[in-house]
Every structure is written in structure tokens, then in C-alpha cells.
Design a protein around this ligand. Structure first.
Ligand code: ATP
Length: 360
């Protein structure tokens, strides 16, 4: 199999973790005969400083034909968050109809959870990625007067709700057959009751999948109190964003959390990136945890149909974490970004050599 991947390392620790993701994907590619061409793009805040834009004007056209996009992190204090997000990440997610943001959350053996009795945490947060609370509809009136007012609209469409919920139910069928919906229909009285209505309608098409739903406030408490009870969680753009920082926090560190921005119909490339941002506070010191980027690389291979290669990467992460060696600072160790990346790449190669020997 041959793939062409657009690489946007981006800013801050994105420049440190994305190369480790590539290192590990390359290790898997060598062993599973994948031919990957990495098309490296200098898009991000450095480019903005030179040319006044996060990406070229025809940026999306340039990568529309690629098989996937592999991204590090975007954002730097020299460019406003609104500018960096809305002129690079948001256009990619929206123009390429990446309406599912899939964020797996797992507690690995060896990764320190802050919970005393976490149990077996293994869930997938399915966040709506194209509409909801993050809309461009709104405005400000009477600026700088005592009548000043702002409005920001939440947009939920039937198509938008149904397609992300359908994805969640189909995913649950491949897992433990349970979908939990995050809502707030007691306080947000138009959009969230509609979300609940669509959830009920979708669940009737999947009678073999169990469902429940919670208001977002108690849901946040349950994610800490009994995280092992969740399988697939489906949530709107804002609620999913919050829950998917909370989930990794109970499994030890946001540094390991991956995400996939998926266009399930594959009309456009999907984009794979760690959940964390550019973390300027630790950037340039080779101490960031690269597992979020590496696991995102595994999600990318899985999406591209290279399932065995993806599984080899997950297995390697599991073994390196369980060994307790080469952990970065956020996991209680002293290892560098590169040494953890290299350890996982070595574990990918070692496992397959053993696998070949065992089968031979
Ligand atoms: P964004 O708004 O884009 O999510 P942010 O700067 O608010 O960005 P993050 O970049 O996700 O938030 O980081 C929050 C904090 O978590 C950082 O300040 C950093 O200390 C820590 N952190 C994030 N990613 C990692 C990582 N890969 N390894 C170690 N620590 C990390």
C-alpha cells in the first residue's frame, strides 16, 4: 500500500512530537510494506510571522488529494488563538467535512492515573466537529457603549446530529455496544432537547446498542467517579472538547491523548493530531510526551486500512509504558521526547521480529 501524507508539524511542541509520530509510523511501515510519502508543509505561526498567513491561499486545494493529514499542534503567543485556529485548523476540519472528532481514552498499565481506583478505562469520545457551539454566527452591537451586547449562536442541524450519532452507534457495535450522550437539555432549552430527540431517533435504529444520557455537569463528575462505565460517548462540539481533556486527565496525562478528525465518507482527507496544543511553557526543551502524536499515527494507519501496522504501534505503546522505562516528565519519568519516541519505534520492530520468529 502507498500513501501520500501532508505533514503540518505546526508550532511549539508540535515540532517535537510530530517527528516522533513519523518515526514510529515509519518503523511500522517498514515491517508491513507500506510506502509512505510525507509532504512536509511549513504551515503555522512561523509562516504567519513571515507572510501574514497561517497557510497559503490555495492551501486546501494543495492537500485535497492527499490520503491524510498528520498534524502536530497549532498556536503560539505571537498570533491570536482566534486567528491561528480559524485560518488553519477550522478551515481544514470544515472544508474537508471532518465532522467526527474521535478521541480514544485508555488507561495503560504503567501510566499513572490520579484516581485511587480507576478500574479499566477504555472509552471513545465522539465529538461533533463541524457545527454546534463553535459557529461563526453572531456579532457585537453598540461596541464601547453601555448598551454593548454580543450574541453567539449554536447551530445544530438534523444532518449534523444524525451523521455524528450514527458514527457513534456504528463504532459501539465494534466495541462494548453502549453509547452515552452528553446533553444539557434542562438549561439549554432549544438546541439540547433537539440533540436528545435526534439521539432517541438514532438509537431506535440500533436496538442492539444500549444507551444512556447525562447532563454535562454530572457527566463530568461520572467521568472522574466511574470512568470505567463508559464505552462510546457522543457529544456536541463544546461538550466533546471539554470531556476529551477530562478523559485523558483521569488516565494520567493529556500528553498521551490522540485524535482523528474524520471524513467517514472519505471524500476528503482526514486529519490526525494529538489532543494537546502547542504548550509554549514546555516547548523547545525535548520533554513533551510524544505518545499523543504516536497514537494519532496509529489512528491514521487504521483509517487508511493498515490495521496490523496500527495494532503494532498500540502494542508497542502498551509495552513501553508497562516497562516503566523511558517515561517523560508528565508521567513521572525523566526521559526526553526523542528517547520515548525511539523506544516505541524499537518496540514496534522488536515485536514484529518476535512475531515472525513465532510463526516461522
Ligand atoms: P490548546 O488551547 O491549543 O489546547 P493550551 O496551551 O491551552 O493549548 P495545551 O497545549 O494542550 O494547552 O497544554 C496544556 C498544558 O498541558 C501545557 O501547558 C503543558 O504543560 C501540558 N502538556 C500539553 N501537552 C503535553 C505533552 N505532550 N507532554 C507533556 N505535557 C503536556
Amino acid at each position: 500500500m502507498a500513501f501520500k501524507i501532508a505533514v503540518i508539524e505546526g508550532d511549539g511542541i508540535g515540532k517535537e512530537v510530530a517527528p516522533e509520530g513519523i518515526r514510529v509510523v515509519e518503523a511500522a511501515a517498514r515491517l508491513f510494506d507500506l510506502d509512505i510519502a510525507w509532504d512536509r508543509l511549513d504551515w503555522g505561526c512561523d509562516r504567519h510571522a513571515r507572510f501574514g498567513r497561517m497557510m497559503p491561499e490555495n492551501g486546501l486545494e494543495r492537500i485535497a488529494g492527499h490520503d491524510a493529514i498528520f498534524l502536530g499542534a497549532i498556536g503560539w503567543p505571537t498570533v491570536s488563538d482566534v486567528e491561528s485556529l480559524w485560518t488553519l485548523l477550522m478551515p481544514i476540519r470544515r472544508e474537508f467535512q471532518q465532522y467526527v472528532n474521535l478521541r480514544p481514552v485508555r488507561l495503560f498499565e504503567g501510566a499513572p492515573s490520579p484516581l485511587a481506583n480507576p478500574g479499566r478505562i477504555d472509552m471513545c469520545i465522539v465529538r461533533e466537529n463541524n457545527e454546534g457551539e463553535y459557529s461563526e454566527i453572531g456579532g457585537r452591537m453598540f461596541p464601547d457603549t453601555d448598551q454593548e451586547m454580543v450574541v453567539q449562536e449554536t447551530i445544530l442541524t438534523r444532518r449534523g446530529c444524525d451523521r455524528v450519532m450514527r458514527f457513534a452507534f456504528e463504532l459501539a457495535r465494534k466495541r462494548r455496544r453502549k453509547v452515552t450522550s452528553a446533553t444539557k437539555s434542562n438549561g439549554i432549552v432549544y438546541t439540547m432537547p433537539y440533540w436528545d430527540e435526534r439521539f432517541r431517533a438514532m438509537s431506535s435504529e440500533f436496538p442492539d446498542v444500549a444507551t444512556d444520557q447525562y447532563h454535562i455537569d454530572i457527566m463530568a463528575a461520572h467521568l472522574v467517579g466511574r470512568p470505567a462505565s463508559f464505552d462510546v460517548v457522543v457529544a456536541s462540539n463544546l461538550f466533546g472538547d471539554i470531556l476529551s481533556d477530562l478523559g485523558p486527565a483521569v488516565t494520567g496525562t493529556i500528553g498521551i491523548a490522540p485524535s482523528a478528525n474524520l471524513n467517514p465518507e472519505r471524500r476528503f482527507p482526514s486529519m490526525f493530531e494529538p489532543v494537546h496544543g502547542s504548550a509554549p511553557d514546555i516547548a523547545g526543551r525535548n520533554i513533551a510526551n510524544p505518545i499523543g502524536a504516536i497514537w494519532s499515527g496509529a489512528l491514521m494507519l487504521d483509517h487508511l486500512g493498515a490495521t496490523e501496522a496500527a495494532e503494532a504501534i498500540i502494542g508497542a505503546i502498551e509495552r513501553v509504558l508497562a516497562s516503566g522505562e523511558n517515561l517523560t516528565r508528565d508521567m513521572g519519568g525523566t526521559a526526553s521526547t526523542t528517547s520515548l519516541g525511539m523506544a516505541i519505534a524499537d518496540a514496534v520492530s522488536a515485536r514484529t521480529e518476535r512475531g515472525v520468529a513465532a510463526h516461522g
